[in-house]
Ligand binder design. Structure first.
Ligand code: SF4
Length: 245
């Protein structure tokens, strides 16, 4: 919801509502649920919070600034919800897509753990994918993550990406066909589940072999972890040249 974000693969975050329900092991230490609880909320039981008109005006401000500067602005939606959540009011999701439609200078990064919902919840005129929308799924382990990749692959998109964070185990051999970008990170904070660097390195090597942009966020730990993998920094973004519009 803020203009400045600590997530280094985006420029801003935007939430069309606030709240969610835990669906898989990646959610166990959900920072958003903890923040909600810390600030006196109770929005992690399907009881979602609507947000102000001021909140909804922010993407238009970013869009205007990006147009003026002649740059593209990346916005992650959402950091405090899952945009393909069944419990959400469909009218709010519709308003999100209407906002996306009217902010062509923003590259919207929509990330979900509810991959089977993507196809059915996209707007009717989605076609081959809107030119300013990147679609992504979380892939924390083999059991919950790999089938999400299959669902994502079935949906046309300008950019398809995987958020492999928190990486909870070795994912083994990955089929990255149709995937443009992979982000990897370990879990941080109290109760974090340690990530072995070799798990991340295996994914990096497979991205290299399969021509996929690789972004290493951080290695996890009690505080934010090391930002390098095998002593190197990997902060590559997907190439937008030639991507299907
Ligand atoms: S889907 Fe995301 S926001 Fe929702 S509980 Fe899981 S980690 Fe938290």
């Amino acid at each position: 919801m803020s203009e400045i974000t600590g997530i280094d693969w985006t420029d801003s975050t935007f939430n069309p509502w606030w709240g969610c329900t835990k669906v898989s092991p990646a959610c166990d230490n959900c920072y958003a649920a903890a923040l909600d609880h810390r600030t006196g909320g109770d929005h992690w039981n399907g009881n979602l919070k609507t947000l102000s008109e001021n909140n909804w005006s922010k993407p238009f401000t970013w869009n205007r600034k990006a147009a003026k500067a002649g740059i593209r602005h990346k916005v992650f939606s959402g950091s405090m919800c899952d945009v393909f959540d069944n419990a959400a009011d469909p009218a709010l999701r519709e308003r999100l897509f209407e906002t996306i439609r009217n902010t062509p200078n923003i590259d919207w990064q929509l990330l979900t753990k509810r991959a089977p919902n993507i196809k059915k919840m996209l707007p009717a005129d989605w076609g081959n994918g809107w030119p300013n929308v990147w679609l992504g799924v979380t892939c924390e382990d083999v059991k919950h993550g790999l089938h999400r990749i299959e669902h994502l692959r079935q949906v046309p998109a300008k950019v398809r990406f995987l958020s492999i964070e928190p990486l909870l185990e070795d994912l083994g051999e990955l089929n990255l066909t149709g995937i443009d970008w992979v982000i990897v990170g370990g879990e941080s904070g109290p109760g974090y589940r340690p990530m072995k660097p070799e798990w991340a390195e295996s994914i990096r090597a497979q991205c290299d072999q399969q021509g996929v942009a690789f972004f290493f966020k951080q290695g996890g730990g009690l505080r934010h972890g090391i930002k390098t993998l095998n002593g190197q920094t990997y902060k590559v973004f997907p190439s937008l040249e030639g991507a299907a519009a």
